[in-house]
Design a protein around this ligand. Structure first.
Ligand SMILES: Nc1ncnc2c1ncn2[C@@H]1O[C@H](COP(=O)(O)OP(=O)(O)OP(=O)(O)O)[C@@H](O)[C@H]1O
Ligand code: SF4
Ligand SMILES: [Mg+2]
Length: 323
């Protein structure tokens, strides 16, 4: 299987009062052709920054200071802005976290859908128009001709998100990155959108990197799950192993709480405390202040990444290091 995305030892820093603070700390992940991987973690743990780093779309005060990012063996960090633009849309489609701001209010849907296709696909205008119609049908829009002539404010949130997804796949990318694609939508619309993404990924044989704080969304779409905490990957494994047998104390609590919520349990497992902020200088494990298994070693030394005994997953925790 060929590698679509390969991230090795990515570090992102933020410039703050003449200091540089790490917000992404040495993360590595990869996606093979046709694979679906989900990133989960609570708010502020670095999910969106990881996604934005892939296409170098970070805010100016953030910078990638270390690591390799390869898309189909192309080193993204070495590309010029012009070369990078060729990859955006063509090889990688992106659905951003803010669906309401993803569309420009002053252009019609057709103008906005056409823009990336004009750049990447050498097709006459009428063929591009037909492609827009087909794409809108694929995302379940019943009157595509009417929608193409519309402006974003005339459409519901669910319709806009369908259009954003249609735009992301319009140039047949091999990788789709979807950052919280359903968070801003009602529950019933959420399910429809998840179904659409699932079908599109299967039909077009795309790889998918799905990002969410919601384990329900992640487990609907991803075969493999990555758990992030405070800018680090703390566990990764198949969906089944994470759901049934999460090993990192944080992942275990995260899954237990999600299942309790799903089952309507009155007593929820709460992880006391909060995620450390980048300016908090934590020497050892970043989860240590909240962890019931914390030892002296956890406070003083960074935990190593351990290959799990199942041969598939990895966990970053001292608990699994044999003395
Ligand atoms: N431009 C910025 N300047 C400074 N800090 C930033 C900037 N953008 C993000 N951060 C910080 O980086 C960390 C990771 O942010 P990120 O947006 O990746 O979190 P997230 O996991 O996507 O959260 P959410 O679930 O709320 O979307 C947070 O602590 C955030 O405050
Ligand atoms: S390294 Fe120690 S503090 Fe961190 S999660 Fe594992 S047991 Fe808990
Ligand atoms: Mg985010």
């Amino acid at each position: 299987m060929s590698k679509i995305l390969d991230i090795k030892n990515l570090t992102v820093k933020v410039n703050s009062e003449k200091k540089e603070l790490k917000i992404i700390d040495d993360i590595s992940l990869s996606l093979n052709s046709g694979e679906t991987v989900g990133i989960i973690g609570e708010s502020g743990c670095g999910k969106s920054i990881t996604a934005l780093s892939i296409l170098r779309l970070l805010e100016p005060n953030l910078k990638i200071t270390d690591g390799i990012i390869e898309i189909e063996n192309i080193n993204v960090r070495k590309l010029s802005t012009k070369e990078l633009r060729k990859i955006c849309g063509k090889k990688v489609g992106m659905v951003f976290q803010e669906p309401m701001t993803a569309l420009n209010p002053v252009f019609s849907i057709e103008q906005q859908m056409m823009a990336p296709m004009k750049t990447h696909l050498k097709m006459p205008k009428h063929e591009l128009h037909n492609r827009c119609i087909k794409l809108l049908q694929q995302v379940g829009i019943k009157e595509p001709e009417v929608v193409l002539k519309s402006y974003p404010h005339q459409l519901s949130g669910g319709m806009r998100q369908r259009i954003v997804i249609a735009m992301a796949i319009s140039c047949s990318p091999s990788l789709l990155i979807a950052d919280e694609p359903t968070t801003a939508l009602d529950v019933t619309i959420q399910l429809q959108i998840l179904r659409i993404i699932k079908n599109l990924v299967q039909q077009n044989k795309m790889s998918l990197l799905i990002i969410s704080h919601d384990i329900g969304v992640i487990s609907t779409l991803a075969e493999e799950i990555i758990v992030m905490y405070a800018g680090e990957i703390i566990e990764q494994d198949s969906k089944e192993n994470i759901l049934k047998n999460a090993q990192h104390p944080y992942s275990e609590k995260l899954i237990t709480t999600a299942l309790e919520l799903q089952n309507g349990s009155k007593q929820l497992t709460i992880v006391e405390g909060s995620v450390p902020r980048p300016y908090e200088n934590i020497v050892g494990c970043k989860f240590a202040p909240r962890c019931e298994f914390c030892t002296e070693k956890c406070l003083n030394e960074k935990p190593p990444v351990i290959q799990k005994s199942n041969g598939i997953g990895k966990v970053k925790c001292w608990k699994y290091v044999k003395d």
